[in-house]
Design a protein around this ligand. Structure first.
Ligand code: FES
Length: 112
């Protein structure tokens, strides 16, 4: 459940392409916000832990099984957009954030 009082307004949901992402700073932290083909919105850390580069928002959005994922543009590891878990290395994950759309505006809250 998102804490609206502490959430950061990032952009209009319409500004995020379907099956695309945008990068945003939330409390000084780089966050990647994605919209999937069905219109749902997810937020995870933007830093790819394998390369250290802040690039996940520019990855390829798709699915693996039932999981919506982004594949890093660096070395292609897939991250579950719902949890931040890396599906190619169970020891690795990125933070995932509470996210909500209110009146067409994407709000990012705290780390889950
Ligand atoms: S994006 Fe090229 S293999 Fe996944």
């Amino acid at each position: 459940m998102i804490d609206l009082a502490r959430a950061t307004a990032v952009c209009a949901v319409a500004d995020i392409p379907r099956e695309g992402g945008v990068a945003a700073l939330v409390d000084g932290v780089a966050v990647a916000v994605f919209r999937t083909h069905d219109g749902s919105v997810h937020a995870i850390g933007n830093v790819d832990p394998f390369s250290g580069a802040s690039v996940l928002s520019r990855g390829i959005v798709g699915s693996r099984g039932t999981a919506p994922v982004v594949s890093s543009p660096m070395y292609k590891q897939a991250f579950d957009l719902r949890t931040g878990a890396c599906l190619d290395d169970a020891s690795v994950s990125v933070p995932s954030y509470d996210v909500s759309v209110v009146d067409g505006v994407v709000l990012v809250g705290g780390v889950r």
